[in-house]
Design a binder for this molecule. Structure first.
Ligand code: ADP
Ligand code: MG
Length: 682
C-alpha cells in the first residue's frame, strides 16, 4: 500500500512545482497533509423555511419570480436591482447590488434559487448569489478552505477532490477496529471524505466524531505513555512507616477527614510507599482542606525518617502554613521551621545548619527554599502550594534538593480533570471534590458602583456584629504602582466614611514583609476590623472571623481569581457574604458576574471560565503545553476527551496493547513520537 505521508502532492494531477510551493507554505507536503487539510467552515446552501429564519440570518430559498425587476443606477458603477418573488406562499422582495446584468436573466414565473441575508422587518433578501433554476441538492453544503498565496478555494477543492479520488481508499486508521466498533465510528476514509464533502449534517457529525476521538486518543496515549515511562524509569525513594502511627495522628485531628480527603491521601501515600517517584497534582477548591492532607503526608515522610518541605508563593502564606502545621503537629515531636527572606543573619545560619544536620523535620517557606545555600539532610517529600505560581524551573530546582524526593503540587485553581492532565502533561492528578461538612455557602451579590453607600452600610452591619471584612481594590493590569495607589485611595475613602468607628488596615505589595506580617497579624487578632487590600491576600489567608468581602471593579478579574479571592471568607461557622462591585460593559462580563452569584463550586466556575475564555487564555500564555487540535476542541468536546483519556489509560496498562496486531498502529505512533527516547525526561 502507498504510504500517503510519503507521497508528495506533485503526484496529483494539476499540481506542479509552483503550486506545490504554495502548498508547502501552508505546511502541506504530502498527499496525507492535503487530505487532512479540512475545511474551516461550510457554505450552507440548504433550503430553509422562511418563517423560521431569524432577522439578518443568511438563507437559501427557492422561489418564483413575480413582477418585473426594476433597476436603478447610482453614478456609473453602482446599481440596485429589485424584484419580487414567491417563496411558497410568501411574497418576498430581493435586492441585488451592482449586478445590473441579472435583469435580463429574470423573467416572470422563472424558478430561481437565491442565497442572501434576510431582513425580517422589510421581508427582503439582500442577494449574495442567484442560481437561475431550481435548487440543486448536490451543492447543499460546500467546504471552505483556508488558502494562502495564489491558491484559490476553488482550486483547493479540486486538489482535494483529486486526492480523494486517487488515494481516498488508501487511508488507514490508526484506531483498531474494536474501538471503531465500540463507539460506532465511521472508517477514517469515510470520515475524511465526509469532512470534505458532507452529504448532510448527520455524516458530518459522525466524521467529526471520528477525528475528535482519534486526535484525543493519540494525544492521550502520547502523554500517558510518557508519564508511565517516567514513572517506571525514575527511581524514587520508598517511604516506610507504621500505618498505625499515622492513623493515630489522624485521630488527633480536630475533625474527621472527608471522604475525598481520605481518597486523595490513599493516592498520595500509595505513591510515597511505592518505588516510583511521586509527581502528583492535588487539586481542591479553596477551603476543601488541602493543608491537612499535606500535613498528614509530611508526617508520613517524617515517620519514614525523611524531611519534608512545603513551598508557597508568598510570605504571608508561608507564615500561615507554618502556624497551621505547628498547631496540627502540637501533639507530636515534629520540628517545624519557617524560612523566608526575612530570616536573616545568625538566625538564618543556625536554621540552615539545623536543617543540614536533620534537626528540622519540616521546612516551610517561600522560594527562599530553593536557594543554593539551603541543604537538607534527607529530603523525602516536597509539597508546593499554589503550584501554578511557580515556574517549571523553580519546581525542578526544588525537586533536586533531595535525591529523588516525592513531589506533590497543590492548587486551588480547579481545572477540569482532563484539562489538568493535558496542561500538566505527565503528572498524576488527585482531586478533593468535597467540602468539609457544615460549611455555609457564601452568598454573593453583584452591585453597581453607584450602590456603594448601600454596600458600605451592609459592611457596617457585619462589623457591628463583631465580624471583619475585606475590601479588595481595583486591579490595574501591568501597574503594581497604580494598584497600590488605588488601595491607598480606597483606604482613605473608607477611613473618612467610617470615621473613627473601625480600625482599617492597608495591605499591598509595596509593604515590606515585616509590615505585611504586622498588618496580617492585626487583622487575624481582630485589632483591625476592615482590611483594604490589593490581590496579595489572594491565596491561602485564613481569618475565620472575616465574613464579608467587597471586590471593587470585579469585572477586571477572571472567574478563577474572583473565586480565589472570595475563598478568604466563608471559613468560619458564620454566614459570609461577597459583594462584587462592577459595571461590566460586555455581555461576557455580565455573564461572569452572574455566574459568580450563582455558584460556589470552583469546578463549575473553571468550566465556565474555560468556555468564556478558551483554553489558551485559561492556562495563561506561559502554559504552552496546551496542544492544538485540527478538528477537536478541548472545551466543546470535553466528554470525548474524558473518554479518550480513560481508554488511553486502559490500553497502556493492558498486556494486549503491547503485543496484539490490532494495536500496532498505535504502538508505532508512540514509538515514533520519541517519547521513549528519554530526551523528554526533565
Ligand atoms: P485549602 O484547601 O483552601 O488549603 P485549608 O486546608 O486551609 O483549605 O482548610 C480550610 C479549613 O477547613 C481549615 O480551617 C481546616 O482546619 C478546615 N478543615 C479541613 N479539613 C476539614 C474536615 N475534614 N472537616 C472540617 N474542617 C476541615
Ligand atoms: Mg491552602
Amino acid at each position: 500500500m502507498t504510504n500517503l505521508s510519503e507521497t508528495t502532492v506533485t503526484s496529483l494531477k494539476g499540481i506542479g512545482e509552483e503550486t506545490a510551493n504554495s502548498l508547502h507554505a501552508m505546511g502541506i507536503y504530502s498527499v496525507e497533509d492535503l487530505l487532512m487539510h479540512f475545511p474551516y467552515r461550510y457554505e450552507d446552501y440548504r433550503l430553509r423555511d422562511i418563517s423560521e429564519v431569524k432577522h439578518e440570518e443568511k438563507i437559501t430559498v427557492e422561489g418564483k419570480v413575480h413582477g418585473e425587476p426594476s433597476l436603478m443606477y447610482f453614478g456609473k458603477k453602482k446599481s440596485r436591482l429589485t424584484f419580487r418573488f414567491y417563496v411558497g406562499r410568501f411574497l418576498v422582495k430581493a435586492v441585488c447590488f451592482n449586478r445590473p446584468y441579472y435583469k435580463n436573466k429574470l423573467s416572470i414565473n422563472d424558478t430561481i434559487t437565491i442565497t442572501g441575508k434576510w431582513d425580517q422587518h422589510r421581508q427582503t433578501i439582500t442577494v449574495m448569489e442567484i442560481h437561475f433554476g431550481p435548487f440543486m441538492k448536490e451543492s447543499e453544503v460546500e467546504p471552505v478552505y483556508s488558502v494562502k498565496g495564489n491558491i484559490t478555494v476553488k482550486q483547493m477543492r479540486k486538489f482535494i477532490g483529486n486526492a480523494l479520488q486517487t488515494y481516498g481508499s488508501g487511508l488507514e486508521s490508526a484506531l483498531p477496529v474494536s474501538l471503531l466498533q465500540k463507539y460506532k465510528l465511521p472508517s477514517k476514509g469515510d470520515s475524511v471524505r465526509a469532512l470534505h464533502n458532507p452529504v448532510n449534517q448527520e455524516t458530518l457529525k459522525h466524521a467529526r466524531r471520528y477525528f475528535v476521538y482519534e486526535e484525543f486518543l493519540l494525544f492521550q496515549l502520547k502523554i500517558q505513555a510518557l508519564r508511565k515511562y517516567k514513572r517506571e524509569q525514575t527511581e524514587g525513594l520508598v517511604h516506610e512507616f507504621p500505618k498505625s502511627k499515622l492513623e493515630r495522628f489522624i485521630a488527633t485531628l480536630p475533625f474527621p477527614l472527608t471522604g475525598a480527603q481520605n481518597r486523595v491521601l490513599g493516592e498520595i501515600l500509595g505513591d510515597m510507599t511505592s518505588p516510583y517517584r511521586m509527581n502528583r497534582l492535588l487539586q481542591g477548591d479553596v477551603g476543601s482542606g488541602k493543608t491537612v492532607v499535606a500535613a498528614i503526608s509530611l508526617y508520613g515522610a517524617h515517620l519514614s525518617g525523611y524531611q519534608g518541605a512545603l513551598m508557597v508563593p508568598t510570605e504571608i502564606l508561608a507564615e500561615q502554613h507554618a502556624q497551621s502545621l505547628t498547631s496540627l503537629f502540637s501533639e507530636t515531636e515534629v520540628n517545624i521551621e519557617l524560612l523566608t527572606s526575612s530570616v536573616k543573619g545568625k538566625r538564618r545560619r543556625e536554621l540552615l545548619e539545623r536543617l543540614a544536620n536533620g534537626e528540622i523535620d519540616i521546612l516551610v517557606g517561600t522560594h527562599a527554599l530553593i536557594q543554593g545555600e539551603v541543604n537538607f539532610k534527607s529530603l523525602g517529600l516536597v509539597i508546593t502550594d499554589e503550584q501554578h505560581r511557580f515556574g517549571v524551573e523553580q519546581r525542578r530546582v526544588l525537586r533536586e534538593k533531595g535525591s529523588n524526593p516525592d513531589v506533590l503540587f497543590m492548587t486551588a485553581t480547579p481545572i477540569p480533570r482532563t484539562l489538568a492532565i493535558t496542561a500538566f502533561g505527565e503528572m498524576d492528578v488527585s482531586i478533593i471534590d468535597e467540602m468539609p461538612a457544615g460549611r455555609k455557602a457564601i452568598e454573593t451579590y453583584w452591585a453597581k458602583h453607584q450602590m456603594i453607600d448601600r454596600v458600605l452600610g451592609f459592611v457596617e452591619k457585619e462589623l457591628q456584629k463583631g465580624r471583619q471584612a475585606y475590601v479588595i481594590c481595583p486591579l490595574i493590569e501591568e501597574s503594581e504602582k497604580l494598584d497600590v495607589q488605588n488601595a491607598i485611595d480606597v483606604h482613605d475613602m473608607l477611613t473618612h466614611y467610617y470615621r473613627e468607628k473601625w480600625k482599617i488596615g492597608l495591605m499591598h505589595g509595596r509593604l515590606s514583609s515585616d509590615e505585611k506580617e504586622k498588618v496580617m497579624e492585626a487583622f487575624s487578632e481582630n485589632e483591625v476590623q476592615l482590611l483594604v487590600s490589593t490581590t496579595v491576600v489572594e491565596v491561602g489567608v485564613n481569618v475565620p472571623n472575616a465574613t464579608m468581602m467587597v471586590i471593587y471593579d470585579a469585572e477586571r478579574f477572571g472567574l478563577s481569581q474572583l473565586h480565589q479571592l472570595r475563598g478568604r471568607v466563608g471559613r468560619g461557622s458564620e454566614q459570609s457574604y461577597c459583594i462584587l462591585l462592577a459595571d461590566p460593559k460586555s455581555e461576557v462580563g455580565k455573564e461572569r458576574m452572574k455566574i459568580m452569584t450563582e455558584t460556589n463550586d470552583g469546578f463549575v466556575l473553571s468550566e465556565k471560565d474555560l468556555e468564556l475564555r478558551g483554553p489558551g487564555d485559561f492556562f495563561g500564555r506561559k502554559q504552552s503545553g496546551v496542544p492544538e487540535f485540527k478538528v477537536a476542541d478541548m472545551v466543546h468536546d470535553y466528554r470525548a476527551l474524558e473518554v479518550a483519556r480513560q481508554d488511553a489509560h486502559d490500553l497502556l496498562y493492558s498486556d494486549s496493547f503491547w503485543v496484539d496486531e490490532e494495536y500496532k498502529g498505535l504502538r508505532e505512533m508512540i514509538e515514533h513520537s520519541g517519547i521513549l527516547d528519554g530526551d523528554k525526561l526533565d
